[in-house]
Design a protein around this ligand. Structure first.
Ligand SMILES: Nc1nc2c(ncn2[C@@H]2O[C@H](COP(=O)(O)OP(=O)(O)OP(=O)(O)O)[C@@H](O)[C@H]2O)c(=O)[nH]1
Length: 421
C-alpha cells in the first residue's frame, strides 16, 4: 500500500471524478469524506441503533426508528431524507471507507467463452431440445399426418412444459397445412420453432436503463436459489462494461453467505457493495443503499433480496415493505423489479410469476439455469400466460452466461436447430 492512497472515486473509476452529490444548501453541505486510516473492511459499518433517529423516515417503515415524540429536539430538519445533511455526510463517510480496495477477483470462466452466444444457448438448451426432438421423432413414425399423430404430438408438447395453448396452436398449424400429407420431424420442428417465436417475440424486450434516473434502481426478487445473486453479478459486469457506475446492495440480510457472495461479485466487477451484518433489517438496508447511490450519482443500483417462497405470506409482506421504504427515497423506484425464475422448477414457475407479480409488481423476468433442465419450454407457457417482458436468460454459472433474451434464437435452439436463422 502506498503512503498516499488515491481517493475513493479515483480508485473506483480510475481518473473519473466523483459525481456531484445531491445539492444541499451550502451551510449544510457535508465535509468531504476523510481517507480511511486503517485498511478498509469489505463490509460497510452498520450504523449504531442510536444513529437511526438521524434518518427521517416514519416509524412504521423501519422498526428501529423510535417514536418521533420521544426525542422531538433530535428530529432532523424537515424535508426528504436524502437531503438531510447529517445523513448525506454519514453515507459519504461510509463511501470513503473504500470498499473497492480489495483486489479484483477473477470471475469464473464461462464453459466455452470462445463459442458464440447461439452455440452457448443451443448447448445450454440441449436437454430441452433433445427432449423435444426425441419425442417428436418418436411420434412421427408414420408417413401421413393423421388425427392420432396430432393428438400424440399435443401430449408431447404439453409434457415439455410448453403449455396447452402453444401445443394446440402447433398441432392446429400442422393440421391446417399438412393433414394427410407426408410430414417429417424436421417439418414439425420448423413449425414448433415458428410458433414459439410468435409467442416469445412480444416479450423479448431489453432492459432499458433510463439514464435520467440516478440511480436506476433494480430490485432482484425470487424464490430461494433461483439465481438472484449470480444474475446481479452478471448484470453488474454488463453495466460496468457499458461504462455505467454500478452499486450493489446486499439486501439478503438473512444469510451471511449471501452477503459474502454479493461482495465477491462486487469485487469482481468493481462495484461497491452496501451491506449490513446478517440479521439486519432488509428495508433499512435498501433505504441506505438508495440514499447512498443517489448521493454518489450512481447510474445503477441493484438490490439483492432474500429468497422467499411465494406462499410464505410474512416474507412477501417483508418484500412489500422493502419496496415501500425504497419509495420513501425515490417514489418512482424501484424502476425495474426483476423476478428470477429457475427453469428447473417447471410448472411452479407459473405460480411464482403470478404471486410475485401481485405482491411486488414484477416488471420483467430473468430465466436462469436453462442449461440444467429439459423443461425450458416453461418460458413459452409463462410468456403466453403473462406477457411480461423477458429481459435475460442464463445458461450457465459463468459471467458470460447471461444474455439479453432473443425470441428467434431461443425458438431455434429449443427446436433443436444448430444455427440461427
Ligand atoms: N447452471 C446454472 N447455474 C446457475 C445459473 N444461475 C445461477 N446458477 C447457480 O445457482 C445457484 C444459486 O444461485 P444464487 O445466485 O445463489 O441464487 P439466489 O437466488 O441468490 O439464492 P438465495 O440467496 O438462496 O435465494 C448457484 O450455485 C449459481 O451458481 C444458470 O444460469 N445456470
Amino acid at each position: 500500500m502506498t503512503d498516499k492512497k488515491p481517493g475513493f472515486f479515483q480508485r473506483l473509476f480510475g481518473t473519473q471524478p466523483a459525481p456531484e452529490p445531491i445539492p444541499a444548501p451550502p451551510e449544510t453541505r457535508p465535509e468531504p469524506p476523510a481517507e480511511p486510516v486503517t485498511p478498509p473492511e469489505p463490509v460497510l459499518p452498520t450504523p449504531e441503533p442510536d444513529s437511526v433517529p438521524e434518518v427521517p423516515i416514519t416509524p412504521d417503515a423501519i422498526p428501529d426508528v423510535p417514536e418521533p415524540e420521544a426525542e422531538p429536539e433530535d428530529l432532523p430538519p424537515p424535508g426528504p431524507p436524502e437531503t438531510t445533511p447529517d445523513y448525506v455526510e454519514e453515507i459519504e463517510q461510509r463511501a470513503a471507507t473504500g470498499l473497492d480496495s480489495t483486489p479484483i477477483i477473477p470471475a469464473p470462466e464461462t464453459a466455452a467463452p470462445q463459442q458464440g452466444w447461439f452455440q452457448r444457448l443451443a448447448s445450454g438448451l440441449k436437454r430441452s431440445s433433445d427432449n423435444l426432438t426425441t419425442s417428436i421423432t418418436s411420434v412421427f413414425t408414420k408417413r401421413k399426418l393423421d388425427a392420432a399423430t396430432l393428438d400424440e404430438l399435443e401430449d408431447v408438447l404439453i409434457q415439455a412444459d410448453l403449455g396447452v395453448d402453444t401445443a394446440m396452436a402447433i398441432a392446429e398449424t400442422l393440421r391446417r397445412d399438412r393433414f394427410d400429407r407426408d410430414v417429417s420431424g424436421e417439418d414439425v420442428r420448423a413449425v414448433l420453432s415458428a410458433e414459439v417465436e410468435k409467442v416469445l417475440g412480444p416479450v423479448a424486450r431489453p432492459l432499458a436503463i433510463d439514464a435520467r434516473k440516478k440511480p436506476f434502481v433494480i430490485l432482484m426478487i425470487g424464490v430461494n436459489g433461483s439465481g438472484k445473486t449470480t444474475t446481479i453479478g452478471k448484470l453488474a459486469q454488463k453495466f460496468a462494461a457499458e461504462g455505467k457506475s454500478v452499486m450493489l446492495a446486499a439486501g439478503d440480510t438473512f444469510r451471511a453467505a449471501a452477503i459474502e457472495q454479493l461482495q465477491v461479485w462486487g469485487q469482481r466487477t468493481g462495484a461497491p457493495v452496501i451491506s449490513r451484518p446478517a440479521g439486519a433489517d432488509a428495508s433499512g438496508l435498501a433505504f441506505d443503499a438508495v440514499t447512498q447511490a443517489r448521493a454518489e450519482g450512481r447510474d445503477v443500483l441493484i438490490i439483492d433480496t432474500a429468497g422467499r417462497l411465494q406462499n410464505r405470506d410474512e416474507l412477501m409482506d417483508e418484500l412489500e415493505k422493502v419496496i415501500r421504504v425504497i419509495k420513501k427515497v425515490d417514489p418512482e423506484a424501484p424502476h425495474a423489479t426483476l423476478l428470477t425464475l429457475d427453469a428447473t422448477t417447471g410448472q411452479n414457475a407459473l405460480r411464482q410469476v403470478e404471486i410475485f407479480g401481485q405482491r411486488a409488481g414484477v416488471t420483467g423476468l430473468v430465466m436462469t439455469k436453462l442449461d440444467g433442465t429439459a423443461r425450458g419450454g416453461i418460458l413459452v407457457a409463462i410468456a403466453r400466460k403473462f406477457g411480461l417482458p423477458v429481459h435475460f436468460i442464463g445458461v450457465g454459472e459463468g459471467i458470460a452466461d447471461l444474455e439479453p433474451f432473443a425470441a428467434r434464437d431461443f425458438a431455434r435452439a429449443i427446436a433443436g436447430f444448430e444455427r440461427p436463422r
